[in-house]
Write a protein that binds this ligand. Structure first.
Ligand SMILES: [Mn+2]
Length: 328
């Protein structure tokens, strides 16, 4: 038995929660971390915040806000050079746009072998109940299947919003292992984009255990007709609500989704209950900034008769550019 393997088997190694946070996701992270803490007061492990100055920058101010939502927090800067081959695969084979590179940083969670297990959660989630099960299961890799909400059918791939990683799947060399496994691979099925595509390819022939959908419940599965969304979620014992697609802390610029206002109200209510005065102030300023950007673009578009599609693209570009500018 190698020393690494021996260290792995040693009892008493702690568990952690890991998540990727960049500046635009800080409001989401505050809600996710505060709700996790509220529903899981028994958890005394660390929260590992994965970030990177190039692809997922996190300002000092935002780190302070996060530390307030999760006291036992550790900021872990990722070495993005180790992701080069994964980026290349994603961009050339599954055609993931470059701007989604931040999403890949969650793969770093597989390398955190100083822990007995790592539970990863997206920062666009609200934790609504106990996640104790995720800290008890003895499998090596657990995820929730993606769901086709149009046909109400489970899909043949998983969503990476909630993952439980332990045993052999938790290894300092996992980025190398994943990179190597992608060489020469072609993809003939849609697994989604970014980290999700990469992990679904990697786990194609590897063992995985599916968790009940309550541990990663898509907002798209909540009917808009239901008057009381909280009642709907409670009846299904939903433990994690996932805001896939458009985020509740962003103004809706695309209008491309159905109306999730009631679910977003839930998120807003949560945010204003748990966030510090400082975070609430910054959030208000952020909304004003977005509003102004949207207004200026609307005026510009209608004055010049640009198509609506151009408006969305310009707005997205500008928001993304702002994220990168902050890094420099
Ligand atoms: Mn997500």
């Amino acid at each position: 038995m190698s020393t690494t393997a021996h260290r792995k088997a040693a009892p008493g190694k702690p568990s952690c929660v890991a998540t990727v946070v960049s500046d635009p996701f800080v409001y989401g992270a505050i809600v996710m971390l505060a709700s996790f803490r509220r529903e899981n007061p028994w958890f005394d492990g660390e929260v590992v915040i994965l970030h990177d100055d190039t692809y997922s920058p996190l300002s000092q101010k935002n780190r302070e806000l996060i530390a307030r939502a999760a006291p036992n927090v550790r900021f872990h800067a990722v070495d993005a050079r180790r992701f080069e081959r994964i980026f290349r695969f994603a961009e050339e084979v599954v055609h993931t746009p470059k701007r989604l590179r931040a999403a890949f940083l969650i793969l770093e969670a597989f390398t955190l072998d100083g822990y007995e297990r790592v539970v990863t959660l997206d920062s666009d989630m609200i934790v609504l109940g106990s996640l104790q099960l995720l800290f008890q299961l003895e499998h090596e890799f657990c995820v929730v299947r993606a769901h086709d909400n149009v046909h109400d059918l489970p899909l043949p791939y998983f969503n990476t919003g909630t993952m439980m990683i332990r045993g052999d799947m938790l290894d300092g060399d996992m980025l190398e292992t994943i990179s190597r496994s992608l060489e020469g691979i072609t993809v003939n099925r849609d697994h989604g984009k970014a980290d999700q595509a990469v992990l679904n390819v990697f786990f194609r022939d590897r063992e995985k255990t599916y968790l009940d959908s309550r541990y990663n419940f898509s907002k798209r599965l909540v009917p808009t007709s239901d008057a009381d969304v909280m009642k709907f979620l409670r009846e299904r014992d939903v433990r994690i609500l996932h805001f896939l697609g458009e985020k509740p802390w962003n103004l809706k610029i695309k209008d491309g989704e159905r109306d999730y206002r009631r679910l977003e109200d839930l998120w807003l209510k949560y945010f204003f209950t748990v966030a510090s005065a400082d975070a609430r102030f910054r959030f208000a300023r952020e909304l004003i900034y977005q509003e102004r950007l949207l207004r200026d673009h609307l005026i510009d578009t209608y004055a010049s008769n640009k198509p609506k599609k151009t408006l969305w693209r310009d707005l997205e570009d500008q928001l993304v550019k702002r994220i990168y500018e902050k890094a420099g």
